[in-house]
Write a protein that binds this ligand. Structure first.
Ligand code: ADP
Ligand code: MG
Length: 231
């Protein structure tokens, strides 16, 4: 898979709990549709499956096991289960969409596993990164939009609903997750664009769109040019 050139464009949206990831994903797809990118967009049904963990029958089942507190799952097991779900989603949805030349905007991906599963201090970035590479079938995003938000602000947005396994961990854990996201961003400056999650939704979508647009233009023009040359 690492050798194959994907014709589509792969974006991941990352950040902690309730930072606005799903809101941004939905807003960006709507914006792209309005701007005339309709031919490059997945169907509504496909878009509804573009989130991790989940998006296939197997991955949704793994999601339930991971997020409910039914089983005791340690961080090694969690890394493997998140990546089992990931490889299922890659194989049956994301890789086919990218082969068709679509714009895939995925709600959470490898950086969440790195930030969360290294949040307890028991696992190294290197170990988790290796498993992530394998689970992602060596296909990493062309662009990652990382939403940064103070933990207190984010968790206040979630106060109404019952909390899952990760949401219910303490503030110190969530601060460590945020710190890990910062470290990942520093390590991947070409791939990751950080967005200020405290801005209103409309501004977030605009800022993300302005980061995405030039990259889409370059990506899809280069593809057209190489096809015109018969490459
Ligand atoms: N930029 C924003 N400013 C204020 N509230 C927001 C913003 N983005 C999302 N929200 C609200 O915060 C909550 C969590 O947003 P959501 O997109 O579901 O986050 P996530 O997918 O990261 O958990 C929702 O109630 C949503 O309406
Ligand atoms: Mg969400």
């Amino acid at each position: 898979m690492s050798e194959e050139k994907m014709v589509g464009f792969f974006v991941s949206v990352e950040g902690g709990e309730a930072t606005g990831k799903t809101t941004l994903q939905q807003g960006l797809y709507r914006r792209l549709e309005e701007e005339g990118w309709g031919d490059y967009l997945p169907s509504e049904e496909q878009i509804s499956r573009l989130h991790e963990p989940g998006g296939t029958r197997l991955a949704e089942r793994l999601r339930e096991l991971l997020l409910t507190k039914e089983f005791e799952i340690d961080e090694v097991e969690a890394v493997l289960m998140f990546n089992a779900a990931r490889s299922s989603l890659m194989r049956s949805l994301i890789i086919p969409l990218l082969r068709e030349g679509k714009i895939v905007i995925l709600d959470r991906f490898v950086d969440s596993t790195l930030a969360y599963q290294c949040g307890k201090g028991t696992l190294s970035f290197d170990d988790v990164e290796r498993v992530n590479q394998f689970g992602a079938r060596r296909l990493y995003p062309d662009l990652t939009l990382l939403i940064d938000l103070p933990v207190e602000v984010a968790l206040a947005r979630r106060q109404m609903n019952p909390w899952d396994r990760y949401e219910s961990r303490d503030l110190a854990y969530h601060r460590k997750v945020r710190e890990n996201f910062h470290r990942i961003a520093q390590n991947n400056p070409q791939r990751i664009v950080m967005l200020d999650g405290q801005r209103p939704v409309g501004q977030m979508v605009e800022e993300a769109y302005l980061a995405l647009l030039p990259r889409l233009r370059v990506h899809f023009q280069m593809d057209k040019a190489s096809r015109a040359k018969g490459g």
